[in-house]
Design a protein around this ligand. Structure first.
Ligand code: GDP
Ligand code: IMO
Ligand code: MG
Length: 424
């Protein structure tokens, strides 16, 4: 199992952090390949909850080396805060974290422009972490990379050139004060001192590790429906969370990937704006939010909640190559007498064959639901698949049949030990 990719199958927050932490015990390396501090991955060990934004969720497994790949956009302020948080819990980071020299840096103006754009019209509902503007600079080839921190002259010159343009935007478009170039240079030189030890050529490191027979867990952030190419554009993030992103975002070949697991919430949530065919508005949605404690791990925003959507999942499985599911938060459905599953879509009287990714059709289609009985008993202490209530097993089988993807892991609580392996 050289490279096992873990992808979010819906709109993010499926429980990737929890599952990656659990699977980390059996691998050598855990690597994040895209996104930035927009991610919020929760790991609960015993009574302690940790929320990670940039550092891979393998950090709690002592023998694992964590890698932040070239595809990630790194906010050094957020990174240092996270390192400090982990150190305060006694975790050793030195020697266990590697950051790609090719990863792009999030700069103060990225965060500012992200927020201003949202305030003045974009209304994507971003996390405000500067993700979009940082990837814009990467793709217009004006971005500043981690490697630039290593050369004071290059760093100063790049910050100056960028700030000239960004200050014009801040002033002329948004009517805001200009940022001070010297302050930013000083701040980033200080960051350099603190993260210098972690910087390396991670693609070289990962490929050598593969040659030595080591195993890598590639940890996706966000989810397939937030993918810039395959998601519900424009209500997406600015990177490729889908499995293909693991190759470009880590500098490893597609041939190294041997397994792709989709993390799938037993219902659906979305934070931020954009279409959501199976959304439950009103009291039913609020109930689900309360039972599932569905509030954003990064921004604290209430997550929109709705039923499981087999059309969406089948699409996600296609664009990711998902061959197995880890089904999370099944325990949250324990309160319900009856559970609805979306089995198809109808638009203008016609049945849709595939998940549409344009806003117009997504907003106008009608989901077709099937109702199945609930189990009305707590699942949180169940350790073996065979001990699940018959209705819970029927629900799982139904999802497997509708999507054609087997469920291998069932999660029945936030804690590490609330994880059931189906075949064990
Ligand atoms: P991620 O971004 O995909 O890592 O997911 P988040 O951490 O943003 O959100 C998942 C939330 O659900 C977190 O609060 C987890 O602690 C919690 N969680 C994960 N798996 C389960 C589960 O099986 N049951 C319950 N009740 N909570 C879970
Ligand atoms: P994890 O890894 C859920 C959403 C935002 C917004 C859109 C664009 O924890 O699953 P961005 O700040 O990326 O430009 O925002 O994407 N979003 C997420 N939603 N989970 C995430 O990450 C998300 N990261 C971004 O809410 O709708
Ligand atoms: Mg999250």
């Amino acid at each position: 199992m050289p490279v096992h990719v873990i992808v979010g199958s819906q709109w993010g927050d499926e429980g990737k952090g929890k599952i990656v932490d659990h699977l980390s015990e059996h691998v050598d390396i855990v690597a994040r390949y895209q996104g930035g501090a927009n991610a919020g991955h929760t790991v609960v060990i015993g009574k302690q909850e940790y929320i990670l934004h940039l550092i891979p969720s393998g950090i709690f497994s002592e023998n694992v080396t964590c890698v932040i790949g070239n595809g990630v956009v790194v906010d050094p302020a957020a990174l240092l805060e996270e390192i400090e948080m982990l150190r305060s819990f006694g975790l050793a980071i030195k020697g266990r974290l590697l950051i790609s020299h090719n990863a792009h840096l999030i700069m103060p103006y990225h965060k500012l422009l992200d927020t201003l754009r949202e305030e003045q019209g974009a209304k994507i509902g971003t996390t405000g972490r500067g993700i979009g503007p940082a990837y814009i600079d990467k793709f217009t080839r004006s971005g500043i990379r981690i490697v630039d921190l290593l050369d004071r002259d290059i760093l100063c010159s790049k910050i100056k050139i960028n700030l000239e343009e960004k200050n014009k935007m801040l002033k002329q478009i948004y009517g805001k004060d200009e940022l001070n170039v010297d302050d930013i240079i000083e701040q980033y030189q200080e960051f350099d001192k603190q993260i210098d030890d972690f910087i390396t050529d991670t693609s070289y490191y990962l490929n050598n590790a593969l040659a030595e027979g080591k195993t890598i867990l590639a940890e996706g952030a966000q989810g397939a429906l937030l993918d810039i190419d395959h998601g519900t554009y424009p209500y997406v993030t600015s990177s490729n969370p889908t499995s293909g992103g693991a190759c470009t975002g880590l500098g490893i070949p597609p041939t190294a990937i041997t397994k792709i697991t989709g993390i799938v919430k037993a219902y659906t949530t979305r934070v931020g704006n954009g279409p959501f065919p199976t959304e439950l508005t009103g009291a039913d949605g609020e109930q689900l939010r309360k039972w599932g404690n569905e509030f954003g791990a990064t921004t604290g925003r209430p997550r929109r909640c709705g039923w499981f959507d087999a059309m969406l999942l089948t699409y996600s499985a296609r664009v990711n190559g998902i061959r197995e599911m880890a089904l999370t938060k099944l325990d949250v459905l324990s309160h319900l007498d009856e559970i609805s599953i979306c089995t198809g879509y109808r638009l203008n009287g016609k049945v849709l064959k595939t998940f549409p990714t344009d806003e117009k059709r997504l907003n106008n289609l009608q989901p077709v639901y099937e109702k199945v009985p609930g189990w009305k008993q707590s699942l949180t202490e169940i350790k073996h698949y065979s001990d699940l209530p018959v209705e819970a097993k029927q629900y799982i089988t139904q999802l497997e049949e509708l999507t054609g993807i087997p469920v291998r892991i069932v999660s029945v609580g936030a804690r590490r030990d609330q994880t059931i392996f189906k075949d064990v």
